[in-house]
Design a protein around this ligand. Structure first.
Ligand SMILES: Cc1ncc(C[n+]2csc(CCOP(=O)(O)OP(=O)(O)O)c2C)c(N)n1
Ligand SMILES: [Mg+2]
Length: 592
C-alpha cells in the first residue's frame, strides 16, 4: 500500500506508543499534521510557543515515563524549542525532536527558514538523523525513539525534508527496512556523556567491581547513600539497600522521591553546605559513600559544596560519570535496576542504629518546627502553602517547579515518596518550565492533580500556555509565586552587593492575563485563605479546567540551599575577594 511520508511518520509514532506531539504547524509539515488528524492514538497539541512544546514533551516523560514528541517547523520552530531541548539534554530526559527540513529536491537556495539545523541540534541532542528517502522515514523515527530512551536518556533530533512529506511510498518496503534493522541491531553499549573512560578514569564494565564495592561497604561503619534520578529503575530495592546498610539517604533534586522521603533513613535532598545542620552533621559522620544514578552536578551539590566521604563507590549507567567530579574508589558502570540488586546480594546486614534514626527524626522535626514558626508576615508562608497542598491533593499530586526560589522551597519542604512527582528544570535551570510542564504532566496523567509552582518572572515567559491548557482540558493548577522580584538572583545581589540591579519586576495583573485566556484566577494573599482557595482549586480542576492562583508569597526566610550556596561560593574565593565583597556590602549598608 502506498502511504504519504506524513502517514509513515505517524505510523512510527503510533508503533512507539507516542501519545502526544507538541508544536505549531508550518507550510513544511502540513501533510504530517493532516496525517495526525487521522490517528486515533497520537494527539497533536497546538502550543502558543515552541518553547512550551519542548518543556511539555519533557514533562510527559518525567510524569509518566512515556516518550513524547516536539513537532517543529524548520529553523524558527527549532530555535524557539531549543531551551526545552537543552533542559531535557542536561536533565537526561528522552524526547523525540521531530524537526522538519527544507526541500532537498529543488536545488534552490535561500529557502524559507533555512539554517543548518543539524548544527543547531548537535550540542543539545544525543543523536541527529536526516533521512533522504521516504522509505527510510518509518525506520528512522523508530530508531530515534529507541535511541532517546537507551542508555543515558536524552532528546534525539530527526530532520525530515519537507519534500518527503509530500510524496507517497510503499508501506511494505518502509516497514521491512525497520524489521531488518531490528533483527540486525547489535546490543547497544550505553552512550557516554562525559567522554567515557578517558574523562572518568578507569570505568568498570557492567558488573565488574561489585565484589570490591561490597567489601568496601561491608567494612564501613556508616556509609552515606546518595541517589539520583538514574536510580529510579531500582525501585524498592533502594529501600532494602539503605536498610541493609543502615545508611542515611540523601538525594539529588532530580532524585527527589526516588527514595521515599518519609522513610526514617531519609536525610535530605542534598547534603553538605546546602543542607541544614543535622544533615551536614550526619553526612559528616559517615565513613564511606555509595552514589547511585547521580552525577554530583553543580546544582544538586549546591555548587560542589556537597563533597562525598571517601571511599566513594559510584554507580551510573554512563561509564564517564563515576569519578568525574569527585574521585571514586570503585566505579560501577551499568543500569541501577540490575546493579543495585546484584550489589544488595553481596552486602552483609548492619545492625539497626537507633541513635542515627533518632538524630534524623529529631533534625527533621526541628527544621519543620522552624518553618512552622514562620508567620508569613501577613502574606502566604511557603510552608503552609506546600503542606496545605500536600494535605489537600495527596500522594498522587505532581508538582512542577521552575528556576527560582520556589523550586528550592518546594525541594526542601515537600515530602515525596515516589519518583515522577517533582518536575524541575535542574541542570540547565531554564526559567519558563513550570507552566508548560504542568500542561504536559496533566495531559499524560489526567488522574493526578498537577500543581505548577511558577515564579512571577518565570510565569511571564511561558504563562500563555494556560491558553493551551484551557483548550485541551488540562487540569493544571498554576500558583504564580508573586514577590515582584527575580528573587533567586535578587536575594544573592542583596546579600553580596546590598543592591538589586535589573531584578525587580514591574507589576502586572496576573488575574487579567488569566482572564484573557479564559482561565479562572484566584487570589491567595494570606495563610488563612489557603484552605478555601485550595477547595476552589480542587473544584475547578475537578471540572477539567486549569486555574491560576495569584499567590502573595513570603520569601523573607532564605532556603538552606541559598544560604549554603553563598557560604560555599564565598568560602572558595581568595581572602582578598572575600573581604572586597563584605566591605562593599557593608559600605553600601552604611551609605545607603
Ligand atoms: C532563561 C533564564 N533566564 C535567566 C535565568 C537566571 N535566573 C535564575 S533564577 C531567576 C529568578 C527567577 O525569578 P522568578 O521566576 O520570579 O522566581 P523567584 O526566584 O522570584 O521565586 C533568574 C533570573 C535563568 N535561570 N533562566
Ligand atoms: Mg519572583
Amino acid at each position: 500500500m502506498a502511504m504519504t511520508g506524513g502517514a509513515l511518520v505517524v505510523k512510527a509514532l503510533e508503533d512507539e506508543g507516542v501519545r502526544f506531539t507538541f508544536g505549531i504547524p508550518g507550510t513544511h509539515n502540513i501533510e504530517l499534521y493532516d496525517a495526525l488528524a487521522d490517528s486515533t492514538s497520537v494527539r497533536p497539541i497546538l502550543v502558543t510557543d515552541e518553547q512550551g512544546a519542548s518543556f511539555a514533551a519533557d514533562a510527559v516523560w518525567r510524569a509518566s515515563g512515556e516518550l513524547a514528541c516536539a513537532n517543529l517547523v524548520p529553523g524558527a520552530g527549532l530555535t524557539h524549542a531549543l531551551s526545552g531541548i537543552a533542559e531535557a539534554y542536561l536533565d537526561t530526559v528522552p524526547m523525540l525532536v521531530l524537526g522538519c527540513g527544507i526541500r532537498r529536491d529543488t536545488g534552490k537556495a535561500y529557502q524559507l527558514h533555512d539554517v543548518d539545523q543539524q548544527a543547531l541540534a548537535r550540542p543539545v541532542t544525543k543523536a541527529q538523523f536526516l533521512p533522504h528517502r521516504g522509505e527510510e522515514l518509518y525506520a528512522t523515527i523508530r530508531r530515534a525513539c529507541r535511541a532517546a530512551r537507551a542508555g543515558v536518556p536524552g532528546p534525539v533530533f530527526v530532520e525530515v525534508p519537507a519534500n518527503l512529506y509530500l510524496s507517497r511510498y510503499d508501506e511494505g518496503v518502509a516497514l521491512q527496512a525497520w524489521r531488518e534493522e531490528e533483527a540486525q541491531a547489535p546490543p547497544r553499549t550505553p552512550p557516554t556523556r562525559n567522554g567515557g573512560a578517558e574523562a572518568g578514569g578507569a570505568a568498570a564494565l557492567e558488573g565488574a567491581g561489585l565484589e570490591e564495592a561490597a567489601q568496601l561497604l561491608n567494612a564501613a561503619r556508616r556509609p552515606l547513600l546518595y541517589v539520583g534520578l538514574g536510580a529510579a529503575g531500582a525501585g524498592r530495592t533502594l529501600v532494602h539497600l539503605a536498610e541493609r546498610l543502615e545508611a542515611p539517604v540523601a538525594t539529588t533534586f532530580q532524585g527527589k522521591g526516588v527514595f521515599p522521603e518519609s522513610h526514617p533513613l531519609a536525610l535530605w535532598p542534598g547534603f553538605g553546605d546546602a543542607a541544614p545542620p543535622f544533615g551536614r552533621a550526619i553526612a559528616g559522620s559517615c565513613d564511606a559513600a555509595l552514589a547511585v544514578g547521580c552525577r554530583f552536578g553543580e546544582v544538586a551539590t549546591g555548587s560542589y559544596g556537597a563533597v562525598p566521604r571517601q571511599p566513594l563507590v559510584h554507580l551510573d549507567i554512563d561509564a564517564g560519570t563515576p569519578g568525574r567530579n569527585f574521585p571514586a574508589a570503585v566505579t560501577l558502570a551499568g543500569d541501577a535496576a540490575r546493579l543495585v540488586p546484584a550489589l544488595l546480594r553481596r552486602l552483609e546486614p548492619k545492625p539497626p542504629d537507633p541513635a542515627l534514626r533518632a538524630h534524623i527524626a529529631h533534625g527533621r522535626a526541628e527544621v519543620r518546627a522552624k518553618w512552622e514558626r514562620a508567620t508569613g508576615n501577613g502574606r502566604v508562608s511557603p510552608w503552609r502553602l506546600l503542606t496545605g497542598l500536600q494535605a489537600r491533593f495527596g500522594p498522587d499530586a505532581v508538582y512542577t517547579a521552575d528556576s527560582g526560589n520556589g523550586t528550592f522551597l518546594a525541594m526542601e519542604m515537600l515530602t515525596l515518596d515516589r519518583p515522577g512527582k517533582f518536575l524541575a528544570p535542574v541542570d540547565y535551570s531554564c526559567m519558563g518550565y513550570a507552566v508548560p510542564a504542568a500542561l504536559g504532566a496533566a495531559l499524560a496523567r489526567p488522574e493526578c492533580p498537577v500543581i505548577a509552582l511558577a515564579g512571577d518572572g518565570a510565569f511571564l515567559m511561558t504563562g500563555l500556555e494556560l491558553l493551551t491548557a484551557a483548550h485541551e482540558g488540562a487540569r493544571a493548577a498554576v500558583f504564580v509565586l508573586r514577590d515582584r522580584e527575580l528573587a533567586q538572583i535578587a536575594q544573592l545581589q542583596g546579600v553580596a552587593m546590598n543592591r538589586k540591579t535589573a531584578s525587580l519586576l514591574p507589576d502586572f495583573d496576573a488575574g487579567g492575563l488569566a482572564a484573557a485566556v479564559g482561565v479562572e484566577a484566584l487570589r491567595l494573599e494570606r495563610d488563612e485563605q489557603i484552605p478555601a482557595v485550595l477547595e476552589r482549586v480542587a473544584a475547578v480542576t475537578g471540572a477539567g479546567r486549569p486555574v491560576l492562583v495569584d499567590t502573595a508569597i513570603d520569601y523573607s526566610e532564605k532556603t538552606y540551599f541559598t544560604r549554603g550556596i553563598v557560604r560555599t561560593t564565598l568560602g572558595r574565593l581568595p581572602w582578598s575577594d572575600r573581604l572586597r565583597f563584605v566591605a562593599r556590602a557593608l559600605g553600601r549598608r552604611v551609605t545607603g
